[in-house]
Design a protein around this ligand. Structure first.
Ligand code: G3P
Length: 226
């Protein structure tokens, strides 16, 4: 499963990418606006911090296919082949996905809430579809079940489009999405860092350190002893 960060915050991206196997970043207009900075410079910084070969998904704003295609082409020119134009699943968005896909420009269908939206986007040639788990849960839907249905559908029809499950607010949703076979998750930095935390991990490490210290001394590493 691919791990992406759902953020445009360069500091957070740098801190997490320094440690974790991160495959890329997804942004949306809300996340970009939060940074209150020059858009072009921000994209360049994100690209630099991520390094070679990592994905950058950037959402388009156009309402008609022509504008969306222009945005997708601009992203591709500016960021290169790992840029994904993140396109809302409106009729004009679907048209743009088809055009960009024929031009070899990568796309992610976003704001996906139903399996049929995902299926149509996949048929249009989207590389990824992004179902929003928590926003569905918030209206008493079942976000993970939708992810699971989309994954199943793509398998049944042998579609190469991948699912990047998005909009998570807790670890249980991420766990269940991974159990449902999502190809990727995109997670906000603060939530992502919680994935590794466990009190039993901390207490186990503490006990190992205490036992080791009684014989070999404090802060002695294997490399100090052999
Ligand atoms: O990338 C889409 C996703 O960011 C939406 O997430 O947390 O705003 O529901 P959220």
């Amino acid at each position: 499963m691919l791990y992406l960060l759902d953020t445009a915050n360069v500091k957070d991206i740098r801190r997490i990418c320094d440690v974790y196997p991160i495959d890329g970043v997804t942004t949306n207009p809300t996340l970009i606006s939060k940074e209150k900075t020059d858009f072009k410079e921000l994209l360049m910084k994100i690209k630099d911090v991520l390094g070679l070969g990592k994905m950058i998904h950037v959402q388009t704003l156009g309402e008609n296919s022509e504008d969306i295609v222009n945005e997708g082409e601009a992203l591709n020119r500016f960021l290169g082949e790992n840029a994904y134009a993140k396109i809302p699943v409106t009729p004009q968005g679907i048209k743009a996905i088809q055009i960009l896909s024929q031009k070899g420009i990568k796309t992610t269908a976003t704001a996906v809430f139903t399996p049929q939206q995902a299926l149509i986007a996949a048929r249009a040639g989207a590389d990824f579809v992004a179902p929003y788990v928590n926003r569905l849960d918030n209206i008493v839907g079942d976000g993970v079940e939708i992810v699971s249905e989309i994954v199943r559908e793509f398998k049944i029809y042998n579609l190469k489009t991948k699912v990047v499950a998005a909009s998570f607010k807790n670890l249980e949703q991420i766990h269940k999405a991974s159990q449902a076979g999502t190809h990727a998750v995109t997670v906000a930095p603060e939530l992502f860092e919680k994935l590794l935390q466990h009190p039993l991990t901390d207490s186990s490490i503490k006990k190992f350190e205490e036992d080791w210290e009684t014989i070999y001394g404090k802060d002695k590493l294997i490399s100090d002893l052999i």
